[in-house]
Design a protein around this ligand. Structure first.
Ligand SMILES: [Zn+2]
Ligand SMILES: [Zn+2]
Length: 309
Protein backbone atom coordinates (compact mmCIF):
# COMPACT_ATOMS: atom_id res chain seq x y z
CA UNK A 1 0.00 0.00 0.00
CA UNK A 2 2.78 2.31 0.98
CA UNK A 3 4.62 1.54 -2.29
CA UNK A 4 1.50 2.20 -4.32
CA UNK A 5 1.01 5.48 -2.53
CA UNK A 6 4.66 6.47 -3.11
CA UNK A 7 4.39 5.58 -6.80
CA UNK A 8 1.17 7.52 -7.03
CA UNK A 9 2.60 10.59 -5.35
CA UNK A 10 5.79 10.53 -7.44
CA UNK A 11 3.66 10.26 -10.60
CA UNK A 12 1.64 13.17 -9.28
CA UNK A 13 4.81 15.16 -8.58
CA UNK A 14 6.10 14.41 -12.07
CA UNK A 15 2.85 15.50 -13.66
CA UNK A 16 2.83 18.58 -11.47
CA UNK A 17 6.41 19.43 -12.51
CA UNK A 18 5.46 18.99 -16.18
CA UNK A 19 2.49 21.31 -15.71
CA UNK A 20 4.65 23.94 -14.01
CA UNK A 21 7.29 23.74 -16.77
CA UNK A 22 4.51 23.93 -19.34
CA UNK A 23 3.07 27.02 -17.68
CA UNK A 24 6.49 28.66 -17.49
CA UNK A 25 7.04 28.01 -21.21
CA UNK A 26 3.62 29.42 -22.07
CA UNK A 27 4.27 32.48 -19.88
CA UNK A 28 7.68 33.02 -21.52
CA UNK A 29 6.13 32.70 -24.97
CA UNK A 30 3.36 35.16 -24.08
CA UNK A 31 5.89 37.60 -22.63
CA UNK A 32 8.21 37.46 -25.61
CA UNK A 33 5.22 37.72 -27.95
CA UNK A 34 4.04 40.72 -25.94
CA UNK A 35 7.42 42.45 -26.05
CA UNK A 36 7.85 41.67 -29.77
CA UNK A 37 4.37 43.00 -30.43
CA UNK A 38 5.16 46.12 -28.41
CA UNK A 39 8.48 46.54 -30.23
CA UNK A 40 6.59 46.46 -33.54
CA UNK A 41 4.07 48.92 -32.18
CA UNK A 42 6.89 51.25 -31.10
CA UNK A 43 8.59 50.98 -34.49
CA UNK A 44 5.35 51.82 -36.28
CA UNK A 45 4.10 54.37 -33.76
CA UNK A 46 2.69 57.60 -35.15
CA UNK A 47 3.43 60.32 -32.60
CA UNK A 48 1.71 63.65 -32.27
CA UNK A 49 3.58 65.69 -34.88
CA UNK A 50 2.25 69.27 -34.80
CA UNK A 51 -0.15 70.90 -37.23
CA UNK A 52 -0.06 72.91 -40.43
CA UNK A 53 -1.96 75.52 -38.43
CA UNK A 54 -0.97 75.38 -34.77
CA UNK A 55 -3.91 77.59 -33.78
CA UNK A 56 -6.10 74.58 -34.59
CA UNK A 57 -3.91 72.00 -32.85
CA UNK A 58 -5.90 70.07 -30.22
CA UNK A 59 -3.21 67.57 -29.22
CA UNK A 60 -2.09 67.51 -25.58
CA UNK A 61 1.13 69.38 -24.72
CA UNK A 62 2.71 66.01 -23.87
CA UNK A 63 1.93 62.64 -25.44
CA UNK A 64 2.53 59.68 -23.12
CA UNK A 65 3.30 56.25 -24.58
CA UNK A 66 3.62 53.27 -22.25
CA UNK A 67 5.94 50.73 -23.86
CA UNK A 68 5.80 48.16 -21.08
CA UNK A 69 4.56 48.37 -17.49
CA UNK A 70 7.60 50.29 -16.22
CA UNK A 71 8.69 52.26 -19.27
CA UNK A 72 7.25 55.37 -20.91
CA UNK A 73 8.23 57.65 -23.76
CA UNK A 74 6.88 61.21 -23.75
CA UNK A 75 6.78 63.50 -26.75
CA UNK A 76 6.40 67.25 -26.55
CA UNK A 77 3.84 68.81 -28.88
CA UNK A 78 5.63 70.49 -31.80
CA UNK A 79 3.12 73.33 -31.67
CA UNK A 80 4.39 74.14 -28.15
CA UNK A 81 7.98 74.03 -29.38
CA UNK A 82 9.11 73.05 -32.89
CA UNK A 83 11.87 70.83 -31.47
CA UNK A 84 9.23 68.30 -30.32
CA UNK A 85 11.78 66.42 -28.17
CA UNK A 86 11.29 62.95 -26.70
CA UNK A 87 11.67 62.27 -22.97
CA UNK A 88 12.25 58.81 -21.46
CA UNK A 89 10.86 57.53 -18.13
CA UNK A 90 11.99 54.30 -16.50
CA UNK A 91 10.56 52.99 -13.28
CA UNK A 92 12.59 50.80 -10.95
CA UNK A 93 11.65 49.43 -7.54
CA UNK A 94 12.92 52.48 -5.68
CA UNK A 95 13.78 55.10 -8.28
CA UNK A 96 12.14 56.66 -11.32
CA UNK A 97 14.70 57.72 -13.92
CA UNK A 98 13.85 60.61 -16.23
CA UNK A 99 16.01 61.60 -19.18
CA UNK A 100 15.53 65.27 -20.14
CA UNK A 101 12.88 67.84 -19.31
CA UNK A 102 11.86 69.15 -22.74
CA UNK A 103 11.90 72.49 -24.51
CA UNK A 104 9.42 74.60 -22.49
CA UNK A 105 9.84 75.87 -18.93
CA UNK A 106 6.30 77.05 -18.15
CA UNK A 107 4.37 74.36 -16.21
CA UNK A 108 1.07 75.76 -17.55
CA UNK A 109 2.07 75.20 -21.16
CA UNK A 110 4.18 72.15 -20.49
CA UNK A 111 3.15 70.32 -17.29
CA UNK A 112 5.97 67.77 -17.22
CA UNK A 113 6.31 67.43 -13.45
CA UNK A 114 2.54 67.09 -13.08
CA UNK A 115 2.45 64.43 -15.81
CA UNK A 116 5.15 62.47 -13.97
CA UNK A 117 3.35 62.82 -10.62
CA UNK A 118 0.12 61.61 -12.21
CA UNK A 119 1.85 58.48 -13.54
CA UNK A 120 3.35 57.87 -10.09
CA UNK A 121 -0.07 58.27 -8.46
CA UNK A 122 -1.71 55.89 -10.96
CA UNK A 123 0.92 53.30 -10.09
CA UNK A 124 0.68 53.86 -6.34
CA UNK A 125 4.36 54.81 -6.49
CA UNK A 126 4.27 58.31 -5.03
CA UNK A 127 7.08 57.55 -2.61
CA UNK A 128 9.58 56.65 -5.32
CA UNK A 129 12.74 58.72 -5.64
CA UNK A 130 13.07 60.67 -8.88
CA UNK A 131 16.40 61.02 -10.71
CA UNK A 132 16.52 63.53 -13.57
CA UNK A 133 19.55 63.54 -15.86
CA UNK A 134 20.04 64.90 -19.37
CA UNK A 135 21.05 63.53 -22.73
CA UNK A 136 22.97 66.82 -22.98
CA UNK A 137 22.58 70.43 -21.94
CA UNK A 138 20.97 72.11 -24.96
CA UNK A 139 17.94 74.25 -24.17
CA UNK A 140 15.39 71.92 -25.79
CA UNK A 141 16.24 69.17 -23.26
CA UNK A 142 16.61 71.06 -19.98
CA UNK A 143 13.90 73.73 -20.13
CA UNK A 144 11.59 72.30 -17.45
CA UNK A 145 14.38 71.48 -14.97
CA UNK A 146 12.98 74.06 -12.56
CA UNK A 147 9.76 72.02 -12.27
CA UNK A 148 11.83 69.30 -10.53
CA UNK A 149 14.31 71.40 -8.54
CA UNK A 150 13.69 71.07 -4.80
CA UNK A 151 10.71 68.72 -5.20
CA UNK A 152 10.45 66.01 -2.50
CA UNK A 153 12.48 62.91 -3.36
CA UNK A 154 13.78 64.44 -6.57
CA UNK A 155 17.45 64.64 -7.54
CA UNK A 156 18.25 66.77 -10.57
CA UNK A 157 21.76 66.39 -11.97
CA UNK A 158 22.47 69.90 -13.24
CA UNK A 159 23.43 69.92 -16.92
CA UNK A 160 26.97 71.20 -16.42
CA UNK A 161 30.27 69.43 -17.06
CA UNK A 162 31.19 69.55 -13.37
CA UNK A 163 27.86 68.28 -12.05
CA UNK A 164 27.63 65.45 -14.60
CA UNK A 165 31.20 64.26 -13.99
CA UNK A 166 30.85 64.47 -10.23
CA UNK A 167 27.47 62.75 -10.06
CA UNK A 168 28.50 59.80 -12.21
CA UNK A 169 32.09 59.66 -10.97
CA UNK A 170 33.68 60.17 -14.39
CA UNK A 171 37.29 60.94 -13.48
CA UNK A 172 38.83 60.70 -16.97
CA UNK A 173 36.07 62.02 -19.21
CA UNK A 174 35.17 60.90 -21.86
CA UNK A 175 36.47 57.49 -20.80
CA UNK A 176 34.76 55.09 -18.44
CA UNK A 177 31.15 54.20 -17.77
CA UNK A 178 28.80 54.55 -14.81
CA UNK A 179 25.75 52.63 -13.66
CA UNK A 180 22.46 53.77 -12.15
CA UNK A 181 20.59 51.32 -9.92
CA UNK A 182 16.83 51.91 -10.07
CA UNK A 183 16.02 48.79 -8.02
CA UNK A 184 15.76 45.61 -10.12
CA UNK A 185 16.78 47.59 -13.15
CA UNK A 186 20.20 48.92 -14.07
CA UNK A 187 21.14 51.68 -16.47
CA UNK A 188 24.62 52.07 -17.94
CA UNK A 189 25.80 55.60 -18.72
CA UNK A 190 28.52 56.35 -21.29
CA UNK A 191 30.05 59.74 -22.13
CA UNK A 192 29.33 60.72 -25.75
CA UNK A 193 30.66 64.23 -26.51
CA UNK A 194 30.65 65.52 -30.09
CA UNK A 195 27.18 66.98 -30.60
CA UNK A 196 27.70 68.72 -27.29
CA UNK A 197 30.38 68.48 -24.58
CA UNK A 198 28.22 66.96 -21.80
CA UNK A 199 26.39 64.44 -23.99
CA UNK A 200 25.64 61.03 -22.46
CA UNK A 201 24.33 57.75 -23.82
CA UNK A 202 22.16 55.56 -21.58
CA UNK A 203 21.56 51.81 -21.87
CA UNK A 204 18.64 50.12 -20.07
CA UNK A 205 19.02 46.43 -19.26
CA UNK A 206 15.22 45.94 -19.10
CA UNK A 207 14.15 47.19 -22.52
CA UNK A 208 17.64 46.89 -24.02
CA UNK A 209 17.28 50.37 -25.39
CA UNK A 210 20.30 52.52 -26.13
CA UNK A 211 19.27 56.15 -25.69
CA UNK A 212 21.49 58.33 -27.84
CA UNK A 213 20.08 61.84 -27.30
CA UNK A 214 20.91 64.29 -30.09
CA UNK A 215 23.99 62.28 -31.09
CA UNK A 216 22.07 59.70 -33.15
CA UNK A 217 18.44 59.96 -34.30
CA UNK A 218 16.53 60.02 -37.60
CA UNK A 219 17.48 63.58 -38.55
CA UNK A 220 20.30 66.08 -38.76
CA UNK A 221 23.10 65.02 -36.45
CA UNK A 222 24.74 68.37 -35.69
CA UNK A 223 28.39 67.79 -34.90
CA UNK A 224 30.31 70.52 -33.11
CA UNK A 225 33.43 68.50 -32.26
CA UNK A 226 34.18 66.18 -35.16
CA UNK A 227 37.02 64.23 -33.54
CA UNK A 228 35.08 63.66 -30.31
CA UNK A 229 31.97 62.63 -32.28
CA UNK A 230 33.89 59.98 -34.22
CA UNK A 231 35.22 58.53 -30.98
CA UNK A 232 31.77 58.60 -29.35
CA UNK A 233 30.06 56.89 -32.29
CA UNK A 234 32.76 54.20 -32.26
CA UNK A 235 32.09 53.73 -28.52
CA UNK A 236 28.32 53.40 -29.12
CA UNK A 237 28.81 50.96 -32.02
CA UNK A 238 31.20 48.85 -29.94
CA UNK A 239 28.77 48.86 -27.04
CA UNK A 240 25.92 47.74 -29.33
CA UNK A 241 28.16 44.98 -30.68
CA UNK A 242 28.92 43.62 -27.24
CA UNK A 243 25.51 44.04 -25.55
CA UNK A 244 21.99 43.05 -26.58
CA UNK A 245 20.50 46.26 -28.01
CA UNK A 246 16.88 46.10 -29.18
CA UNK A 247 16.52 49.74 -30.22
CA UNK A 248 18.67 52.84 -30.66
CA UNK A 249 16.59 55.90 -29.88
CA UNK A 250 17.40 59.58 -29.77
CA UNK A 251 15.47 62.70 -28.86
CA UNK A 252 14.12 64.06 -32.17
CA UNK A 253 12.67 63.02 -35.52
CA UNK A 254 13.53 65.27 -38.48
CA UNK A 255 13.04 62.87 -41.38
CA UNK A 256 9.92 61.61 -43.11
CA UNK A 257 9.33 57.90 -43.76
CA UNK A 258 10.74 58.26 -47.27
CA UNK A 259 13.96 59.71 -45.86
CA UNK A 260 13.35 63.32 -46.90
CA UNK A 261 14.17 66.10 -44.44
CA UNK A 262 11.55 68.39 -42.96
CA UNK A 263 12.46 72.07 -43.05
CA UNK A 264 14.38 73.09 -39.91
CA UNK A 265 12.02 74.77 -37.46
CA UNK A 266 8.82 73.35 -38.93
CA UNK A 267 5.89 72.76 -36.57
CA UNK A 268 4.26 70.13 -38.78
CA UNK A 269 5.76 66.76 -39.66
CA UNK A 270 3.27 64.39 -41.30
CA UNK A 271 4.53 60.82 -42.05
CA UNK A 272 7.44 60.92 -39.65
CA UNK A 273 10.14 58.27 -39.85
CA UNK A 274 10.24 55.76 -37.02
CA UNK A 275 11.90 56.95 -33.83
CA UNK A 276 13.61 53.56 -33.67
CA UNK A 277 17.06 53.11 -35.17
CA UNK A 278 19.11 49.91 -34.86
CA UNK A 279 22.63 48.73 -34.01
CA UNK A 280 23.05 48.34 -37.78
CA UNK A 281 22.52 52.11 -38.14
CA UNK A 282 25.25 52.72 -35.56
CA UNK A 283 27.57 50.42 -37.48
CA UNK A 284 26.81 52.29 -40.71
CA UNK A 285 27.36 55.66 -39.05
CA UNK A 286 30.64 54.49 -37.55
CA UNK A 287 31.87 53.16 -40.91
CA UNK A 288 30.89 56.35 -42.76
CA UNK A 289 32.66 58.51 -40.17
CA UNK A 290 35.82 56.41 -40.42
CA UNK A 291 35.70 56.67 -44.23
CA UNK A 292 35.18 60.43 -44.01
CA UNK A 293 38.41 60.83 -42.07
CA UNK A 294 39.56 63.69 -39.87
CA UNK A 295 38.03 66.53 -41.88
CA UNK A 296 34.40 67.34 -41.02
CA UNK A 297 32.01 66.76 -43.90
CA UNK A 298 28.32 66.33 -44.47
CA UNK A 299 27.16 62.72 -44.91
CA UNK A 300 23.57 62.11 -46.02
CA UNK A 301 21.77 58.76 -45.81
CA UNK A 302 18.06 57.92 -45.72
CA UNK A 303 18.34 57.23 -41.97
CA UNK A 304 20.36 60.24 -40.75
CA UNK A 305 22.43 63.17 -41.96
CA UNK A 306 25.77 63.99 -40.36
CA UNK A 307 25.91 67.76 -40.22
CA UNK A 308 29.12 69.46 -39.09
CA UNK A 309 28.51 72.81 -37.40
ZN1 LIG B 1 21.29 69.21 -28.89
ZN1 LIG C 1 17.81 68.61 -29.27
Amino acid sequence: MERILTQFSSRLAERHARTVIGLILVAAAVLSFFSLARADELSEKVWIHGSANCAENRDPPIETFQFEPDTYILRQNKCANFEGPFIYLMFGEHTLFIQDTGATADPEQFPLYETVRQLMRQRGAEKLKILVTHSHSHGDHVAADAQFRGKPGATLVEPTATAVREHFGFTSWPDGEATIDLGGRTLTVLPAPGHQDEALVVYDDRTRWLLTGDSVYPGRLYVRDWAAFRVSVRRMATFANTHPVAAVMGTHIELARDGTQYAAGTTYQPNEASLVLTPRDLEDLDRLLQQAGAEPKQIATRRFIVWPK
